[in-house]
Design a protein around this ligand. Structure first.
Ligand code: AHM
Ligand code: MG
Length: 334
């Protein structure tokens, strides 16, 4: 068992910085701010059933979905926190049509989904926050949208917070994935998963299978049927789990292994999930934990983004399972 278990997040970040020469202490400020923001969001999430905070505002966001009040609140809280860190010059969010671009000298840019899986709020099921951080690459003082449109392999950090039966903060700066659980009696995140390594193979598949007839890839239909067959060697049939909140489904996949998918279908020709603040950060974490993240045709982290709210098909999880899914796609593609 790791001797560091129970270490507070702030001390962990400082110690990690010492281990990686060249780190300039920037991440301690950034992660602290994100951790604080997540606690404020968590406290609102916990009270969601008590106060008149639930329900629709009636507005429609860029994705064509109704925005719930808690989404907007979480967006405001997260945005203020990253702004106040002074380290960011560009921000993109699922809840904002346009990016916020600044000339404040910040060397980093961030894309985030303040409250992912928000349809779960009303029914008291897990939701989460996701973020993806890149370095500013443009030369001018003012940040540009291009700073946000960088491929996922260039991320310098990514993470998520899951508001579940406990609140957990999981992140990576490219040196493995670490998980912290909030201890309400201490009022801080404590190291609880040191490090997170995804099993080589799992036995859970996670996908909205009601869409199977509409999936664009015939290979995926065949793959899911294959998962349900009986075979002792490969431990089939697999079991099925689908929360409908990417953070929760990916969190389980990281810890237990297996596969999570949101493939392209006739309605969502590029899948449903967004590249910048869902697929890339989760893909980065899964790869850092030893897993794989693919569209079925290409490594997710190698996609050159073209727009802030671009969608991509997502297949991620244990290496064995993702490779198998890709094998089926290749076999049945025309
Ligand atoms: P959201 O960001 O609007 O909450 O949508 C993203 C969510 C993911 O968390 C989840 O994987 C997916 O939508 C579930 O979609 P579906 O209900 O179509 O299965
Ligand atoms: Mg989302």
């Amino acid at each position: 068992m790791s001797e560091r278990l129970g270490m507070p997040l702030s001390r962990f970040i400082l110690e990690e910085q010492k281990r990686h020469p060249g780190a300039r202490g920037e991440f301690s400020i950034i992660m602290e701010q994100i951790a604080i923001a997540s606690q404020v969001i968590a406290s609102h999430v916990r009270k969601a059933g008590l106060v008149d905070i639930l329900g629709f505002t009636g507005k429609i966001n860029i994705q064509g979905e109704k925005v719930q009040k808690l989404d907007e609140l979480a967006n405001r809280i997260f945005l203020e926190a990253v702004k106040s860190s002074g380290r960011f010059c560009a921000m993109a969010s699922e809840e904002m049509n346009e990016a916020v671009l600044m000339a404040n000298g910040g060397q980093y840019v961030i894309a985030f989904d303040p409250l992912d899986g928000s349809s779960n709020i009303d029914v008291n099921v897990s939701i989460g926050t996701i973020f993806s951080i890149h370095k500013k690459v443009s030369q001018g003082e003012m940040a540009t949208v291009e700073d946000l449109l960088q491929p996922g392999y260039k991320q310098v950090a990514a993470g998520y917070i899951i508001y579940g039966s406990s609140t957990m903060f999981v992140y990576s700066t490219g040196h493995g994935v670490y998980g912290f659980t909030f201890d309400p009696s201490v009022g801080t995140y404590l190291l609880s998963h040191d490090p997170i390594k995804i099993p080589e193979k799992g036995k859970i598949y996670s996908v909205n299978e009601a869409n199977a007839k509409r999936w664009v890839e015939e290979g995926l239909r065949k793959y899911v049927e294959w998962l349900k067959e009986k075979d002792e060697v490969t431990k089939r049939p697999y079991t099925s789990r689908y929360v409908g909140c990417m953070v929760a489904d990916v969190h389980r996949t990281l810890l237990k292994g297996g596969i999570f998918m949101y493939p392209a279908d006739e309605k969502n020709r590029n899948g449903k999930l967004r590249l910048l603040y869902e697929a890339n950060p989760m893909g980065f974490l899964v790869e850092q934990a030893g897993g794989m993240a693919s569209t079925g045709r290409q490594r997710i982290l190698e996609i050159q983004p073209e727009s802030l709210h671009q969608r991509v098909p997502v297949i991620l999880g244990s290496p064995y399972d993702v490779e198998k899914a890709v094998e089926f796609i290749e076999k049945y593609s025309d």
